[in-house]
Design a binder for this molecule. Sequence first.
Ligand SMILES: Cc1cc2nc3c(=O)[nH]c(=O)nc-3n(C[C@H](O)[C@H](O)[C@H](O)COP(=O)(O)OP(=O)(O)OC[C@H]3O[C@@H](n4cnc5c(N)ncnc54)[C@H](O)[C@@H]3O)c2cc1C
Length: 400
Amino acid sequence: MTITHEEFQARAKEFLQANAVPHSQPPVEWTEESLVAECRRFHQALADADLGGITYPVEYGGLGLDKGYLEVFNQELSRYQAPLVPAAISHGMCLPVMNDFGTDEQKARHQARIIRCDELWCQMFSEPGAGSDVASLATRAIRDGDQWVLNGQKVWTSGAQYCEYGLCVARTDPAQPKHRGLSMFIVDLSLPGVDIRPLRQINGSSHFNEIYLTDVSVGHDCLVGGEGNGWNVAVAMLMYERVAIGAGGSGAMSRSMGSAKLITEARQRGRDDDPVVRDAIADLYIRERIQKFIGMRIRQAVESGKAPGPEGSIAKLNAAILSRRASDVAIELAGPSGQAWNAKDEDADEWANAVIGAPAMAIAGGTNEVQRNIIGERVLGLPKEPDPFKGQPWEEVPRS
Ligand SMILES: Cc1cc2nc3c(=O)[nH]c(=O)nc-3n(C[C@H](O)[C@H](O)[C@H](O)COP(=O)(O)OP(=O)(O)OC[C@H]3O[C@@H](n4cnc5c(N)ncnc54)[C@H](O)[C@@H]3O)c2cc1C
């Protein structure tokens, strides 16, 4: 496709004016269900308008353009409220991993459908006994002719209740050390033996699920990246996740609870000349700018062909710290009404919900402590954490 940045920008502008609501207008109220439906509709319309899958190959439903066009699109998108969240894992993690590791047949089967949100995908990594140390996971996949039979339990699986597929990492060879002997599978979530149970959160919504896998049979053609290569695929996916959380192009986090919103809030509450509040918001603004530059640096590195590395951890850690600081300022402004939240109470403060959700940023995609370990080892060159079981077969390592 031959198109200049200016032409592409004009196309994006025209589409967004017709299909999304600018941030300058009151917030769009989506329910959990309507958000998913709107997300699918929005991405189908994007693809029909030749704006979907910008950097992905044309033969797999993309536009085959370079990342400069993605920046142009994200710049326009950042001015609008768009129903993107239900596709964040599909598009931010599963799609790039499929593109990097999928077979031609897998890409032909799924990529265009993921781009259009005809299929939504989730990430099935964490287990009750394996979160930070996800490589110790216990879900088993055993080969049976042309099939693999999966048994185990996943947890904290975001969005699984409305997804069609999951990328699931499972242990295929327990006689290998924990990082080896893992493989990545495409799991059709409508298969017999897949039991998805939403978990109710403190804020009343159900973002996460437990997924029980009981004799779930998937074809050998669902193996992504080859047998025993699951850890490499999982690490790539986690890197994409950290980049998506820490360096996402649309600036969604800073808008939902960032300095601009807090300034408006301070004015409305008559606190805008309080020096403590002013100091806290100024500090937040400086940190937001730093976060923006970290994001730009990562995106430019990715544009020049570098795979996302430990800098994703820096961006993700900073985003989590930023989110916590913003929630501290918000709660200071909101006072007692920011302490509790009830979705049915019309007088409840919108900040309470945002504040309750802020700590999740320090856990999702690897906790702050885990990011600090990665930065210590891979950026600062500090010694690795001691592992008394290093190199031992997974099946011989004691587990609680
Ligand atoms: C919003 C959100 C969305 C999520 N979505 C998904 C999803 O879609 N799919 C999925 O698979 N998972 C998902 N998760 C799960 C997430 O990846 C895990 O919660 C996370 O990796 C931490 O694992 P854990 O909860 O088992 O905590 P644990 O690993 O048990 O950690 C407990 C505490 O110990 C600390 N700790 C652990 N190991 C170390 C260490 N080596 N050094 C220092 N401190 C350490 C941790 O920092 C933490 O404070 C999500 C979580 C959140 C909050």
